[in-house]
Design a protein around this ligand. Structure first.
Ligand SMILES: Nc1ncnc2c1ncn2[C@@H]1O[C@H](COP(=O)(O)OP(=O)(O)OP(=O)(O)O)[C@@H](O)[C@H]1O
Length: 268
């Protein structure tokens, strides 16, 4: 059977046999999965499953005990976080990392001034690559705020934004580094239902523009709504992987979550 080249999945991020030990505690055991070009993949799991540890390894904040992470065939093993960013991988933080005392617009301008090169962002915004002046950077900043949906707040102090809007600004700052892939650490934690719905729209928009996205997230309904594939961790091991429909009905996944619910219940 022949397949069109465009339909062949192209792995961009490969997590290969990662193990993380903290002293005697094994936080992650032999974790392998890929994120293909343009895919939204989510890593979920009950409390303590190892999600944050996995995220820290993938973003270069933590060296794994074994295994390696490759981005477009470059090993991230010995790279510093800013070197990971310059490969085109951008992350957001659970706690917002915006500059509270300057405006929303200035936050993005600072982000744009920091970046050293341009690739996908130009494609994303359909802008010319060379000879960009300050005025063009200002246009870019506005466009980024439009994309994340907070352009109307451009002149407000970042610290005065609602929690949900600060998280959206965090995504604009990540986009300002000109990434080809976004790594999002529990992006909707602490958001209300309306903010979560807006965030899901943003993810769909970025997905539509070809961004590859890895989400580490607690909110299972949200993940079900936006992901192409879901990887489920429990006690540091991958127990299931597949599209949302397959994950929803997977007995081992149900058991992992119900088990957690039951033990939580018992604790109260
Ligand atoms: N720096 C550390 N030192 C020792 N143990 C750690 C460290 N970081 C995490 N752990 C342990 O590793 C395991 C996985 O933790 P991790 O925070 O990655 O899970 P998680 O899935 O993100 O949990 P949660 O959903 O509660 O945030 C837990 O048993 C945790 O106690």
């Amino acid at each position: 059977m022949s397949t069109m080249p465009s339909s062949v999945p192209q792995p961009v991020l490969s997590v290969e046999h990662i193990a993380v030990h903290f002293g005697g505690l094994i936080a992650i055991t032999d974790m392998s999965f890929v994120v293909n070009q343009g895919e939204i993949v989510s890593l979920i799991g009950p409390n303590g499953a190892g999600k944050t540890t996995a995220f820290n390894v993938i973003t270069g904040f933590l060296r794994p005990t074994k295994g390696e992470v490759r981005y477009k065939n470059t090993s991230l093993s010995n790279l510093k976080p800013h070197e990971v960013t310059s490969l085109g991988l951008a992350r957001t933080f659970q706690r917002t990392s915006v500059f509270q005392s300057v405006t929303v617009f200035e936050n993005v301008m600072i982000g744009l001034h920091r970046r050293s090169r341009s690739t996908l962002l130009d494609t994303l915004l359909a802008l010319p690559r060379e000879g960009r002046a300050e005025a063009e950077l200002r246009n870019l900043a506005h466009e980024l705020l439009e994309i994340v949906g907070i352009a109307r707040r451009a002149d407000e102090l970042a610290g005065s934004l609602s929690y949900g809007d600060q998280r959206l600004l965090g995504v604009a700052l990540a986009l300002a580094t000109d990434p080809s892939m976004l790594l999002l650490d529990e992006p909707v934690s602490g958001m209300n239902a309306t903010e979560t719905a807006r965030f899901m729209e943003l993810l769909n928009k970025l997905h539509g523009r070809g961004m590859s996205i890895l989400l580490v997230e607690h909110d299972v309904p949200m993940v079900m709504g936006v992901s192409d594939r879901i990887v489920v961790l429990n006690y540091g091991r991958i127990i299931a992987e597949g599209p949302p429909a397959a994950i929803r009905g997977n007995p081992e996944v149900i058991r992992a979550y119900l088990g957690e619910g039951a033990s939580r219940h018992a604790a109260h």
